[in-house]
Design a protein around this ligand. Structure first.
Ligand code: 1CP
Length: 348
């Protein structure tokens, strides 16, 4: 049975309606910080867990059960579609996505073929279909934004300064644009299939866009992300746009077309609203590193963020980036309790 989500606080905020309480979920809520995850996950690449719908379903449900969060996020990864088309990318434990043969020239484009989600990643869609029968909160589907995914394909793995990616952007703008365009089409296909299988909202992760100046973001990256938000608009579900270190990019990211904009901990919520307009819908912005502190200190920080929200009901509480593996789950339990009990008390 699919749950009735008409009362969902998360979806209400995404639609610009006043919810019953401030909704909260955590990026990377499923995963390594949970002992119950480590117990069932098994060794090796998370690609094995992602390709196993029963396991991926259970991993997605674990944080919803434990924390009582207002949304679930599909257990998958931003490189799953690229892996599924056989590009040659693995997710190495303790490292992240690693490409066997990074993109160096136009010849490598042949490995970046069109994604057919039903054929290439049926396990992801089976997980989504499983989840919507089990969940009583909305399921967020997601994709990696073209720039962030491209950075792994061009660098060959996680990288500090994205040197090869930025070099290609300047030296070979046509090739760079073609990579981003193909990745945009892949994200559109992936997000569309997740929504058709039952996801209630979508988030585009442009985690590393914040390494770009507004000029470079606008001239080389924005249009590919814009293409995705335009294409998925007709699906009728809320669209969230996320990045970190994006304080200076917020207005440009908003112009890409999402309904909800992620804000990291470097930008107070009231400052973000001054940049984006009071009517904008924000998601954020507790520093995940602070969740390693003691419970009373974390609670005080949550209350400070509630105050910085300045009584605005267009807000989804989240971290500014993903849960760190060493986080004590009891801290996150308290964060959810405080947000649910106190988040709405200051509403104007
Ligand atoms: O073996 C493991 O358990 C490895 C850890 C892990 C997990 C739990 C990786 C490797 N990916 C995931 C799942 C995942 N990845 C989810 C679903 C779980 C959830 O959110 O609860 C999501 C949404 C992602 C998205 C993702 N993957 C992003 C965007 C969000 C972000 O954190 O910025 C990025 C950048 C990745 C790449 C990636 N995958 C894994 C790692 C360690 C990384 C980052 C590597 C780097 O630092 O560049």
């Amino acid at each position: 049975m699919t749950a009735d989500l008409t009362e969902s606080a998360f979806l209400a905020v995404c639609r610009g309606e006043r919810p019953t309480h401030v909704p909260v979920w955590f990026m990377r809520q499923a995963g390594r910080s949970l002992p119950e995850y480590r117990e069932i996950r098994g060794p090796g690449s998370i690609n094995h867990a992602i390709a196993n719908p029963d396991l991926a379903t259970e991993i997605t449900l674990q944080p919803v059960r434990r924390y009582g969060v207002d949304a679930a996020i599909l257990f998958s990864d931003i490189v799953t579609p690229v892996h599924a088309i056989g590009f040659g990318i693995d997710i190495k434990p303790g490292v992240g996505p690693v490409a066997e043969k990074p993109i160096r020239s136009a010849e490598d484009l042949s490995r970046l073929r069109v994604l057919d989600p039903d054929v290439d990643m049926p396990y992801v869609l089976e997980t989504v279909r499983n989840l919507v029968t089990e969940l009583d909160v909305p399921l967020i589907g997601f994709a990696g934004a073209p720039f962030t995914v491209a950075s792994y394909l061009i660098e060959g793995g996680p990288s500090k300064n994205k040197a090869l990616t930025k070099s290609m952007m300047l030296n070979e703008p046509a090739l760079f644009a073609e990579i981003l365009d193909r990745l945009a089409d892949m994200a559109i296909a992936s997000l569309t299939s997740q929504v058709q299988a039952g996801a209630s909202a979508v988030q585009l992760f442009d985690s590393w866009a914040g390494c770009l100046s507004p000029h470079l973001y606008e001239s080389h990256v924005l249009s590919a992300s814009q293409k995705i938000f335009e294409a998925v608009a007709s699906l009728g579900v809320p669209r969230i746009h996320f990045g970190i270190n994006t304080g200076e990019l917020l207005p440009l990211m908003r112009s890409a077309g999402a309904d909800v904009v992620g804000v990291d901990w470097l930008v107070p919520l009231d400052v973000a609203r001054a940049r984006l307009g009071a009517e904008s819908i924000l998601q954020g912005n507790l520093d995940p590193v602070l969740c390693l502190a003691e419970v009373p200190q974390v609670e005080a920080e949550v209350r400070r963020i509630i105050a910085s929200n300045d009584g605005n009901d267009r807000w989804i509480f989240n971290l500014g980036h993903g849960v760190l593996p060493e986080t004590n789950p009891e801290v996150l339990e308290r964060v959810v309790d405080v947000v649910h009990a106190e988040g709405h008390l200051a509403w104007a």
